[in-house]
Design a binder for this molecule. Structure first.
Ligand code: NAD
Length: 295
């Protein structure tokens, strides 16, 4: 799958602009396929390459962005937080998340962005859905749940009820609620996911439920945090950040409940890439073309 390459041929030459992806492990990533095909489709003279970079190699790798005059890079684990001290600026979402997945190099000035939440919100807009002023119930406060919560708050979601289990991400959830209440116009509340009656109550009054826990994907493929369809109501949105499988158990339960708008995480994944693509090139990624090519 990762060798897919159609559209116009890019011929690399002396003017080719380099974009990186710095993470470890990283060879499995679909991002190079996505971006290189989008560059080719639009005839842009860019190349996107993976670099195996761990925390130890990170400072020199970030320096190399400036030295080699790269246009930027994606950043993934284990570097999303560790990269912050090496950057010159953070955008609002990266600042609130204290995590970066995209770097843009403007003549040696490196700005860190977090595009996952932007991608999540854009994927709803693509479906003609506007959740500003509404109430979100969110499960998960990790790498996906944090930017979703922050961007939703930045873009005007009124209320966020955040549920988490009592694990090593609980402190993240505490922090996220505090940051949202102190630094955005949204009101956030923190809930124990173990309290099922509370989850049922919050779901009854919400407009959108987002699951950002990964329950529903391997090895928890046949599981869902909400098993009873009566906990959902028809006019809400149910959104699972998982995209493999395409239809999770949660989505099946939501469909059983007759929920109008049920989504997997594919739109978020494509749109987070499109947001980075726009930051680097100033152009719109041909999202539908890439969706048809890759999925
Ligand atoms: P993470 O490990 O950073 O966070 C996982 C969160 O789920 C934490 O809040 C944790 O407390 C909670 N959790 C873990 N196991 C749980 C369980 N058994 N029951 C209830 N809660 C549990 O992971 P992440 O990077 O945030 O990824 C979460 C999911 O989001 C994954 O499925 C990942 O594939 C997906 N994701 C999708 C996109 C996208 O673009 N669609 C982007 C990033 C992540």
């Amino acid at each position: 799958m990762n060798n897919i390459h159609t559209g116009k041929n890019i011929s690399l030459n002396g003017h080719t602009i380099l974009i990186g992806l710095m993470a470890d492990p990283i060879r499995h990533s679909m991002s190079p396929t996505m971006h290189n095909n989008a560059f080719a489709k639009l005839g842009l003279n860019y190349a996107y390459l993976c670099f195996e970079i761990d925390n130890q190699k990170l400072p020199k790798a970030i320096d190399a962005i400036r030295t080699l005059d790269m246009r930027g890079s994606n950043i993934s684990m284990p570097n999303k937080q560790k990269v912050i001290p090496y950057l010159d600026r953070l955008d609002e979402s990266a600042e609130l998340c204290q995590a970066v997945n995209t770097i843009v190099n403007d003549h040696g000035i490196l700005t860190g962005y977090t595009t996952d939440g932007i991608g999540f919100m854009q994927s709803l807009k693509d479906e003609g859905l506007d959740i500003t002023g509404q109430k979100m119930v969110l499960t998960g406060a990790g790498g996906a749940g944090t930017p979703i919560a922050m961007q939703a708050a930045i873009e005007g979601v009124k209320e966020i009820a955040l549920f988490n289990i009592d694990d090593d991400k609980w402190e993240n959830a505490v922090r996220n609620v505090k940051i949202i209440n102190e630094k955005t116009g949204a009101h956030a509340t923190l809930h124990h996911l173990e309290d099922q009656a509370d989850l049922k109550k919050e779901l009854a009054s919400c407009d959108i439920y987002v699951d950002a826990t990964g329950v529903g994907m391997k090895p928890l493929e046949d599981m869902t945090l909400v098993e009873d369809p009566t906990w959902f109501h028809q006019d809400m949105i149910v959104y699972d950040t998982v995209y493999a499988p395409r239809e999770t158990k949660l989505m099946q339960v939501a469909k059983q409940a007759g929920v109008d708008h049920v989504f997997n995480g594919l739109g978020m994944m494509l749109e987070q890439g499109a947001a980075a693509f726009k930051l680097w090139t100033g152009q719109d990624m041909p999202v539908e073309y890439i969706r048809n090519l890759l999925f």
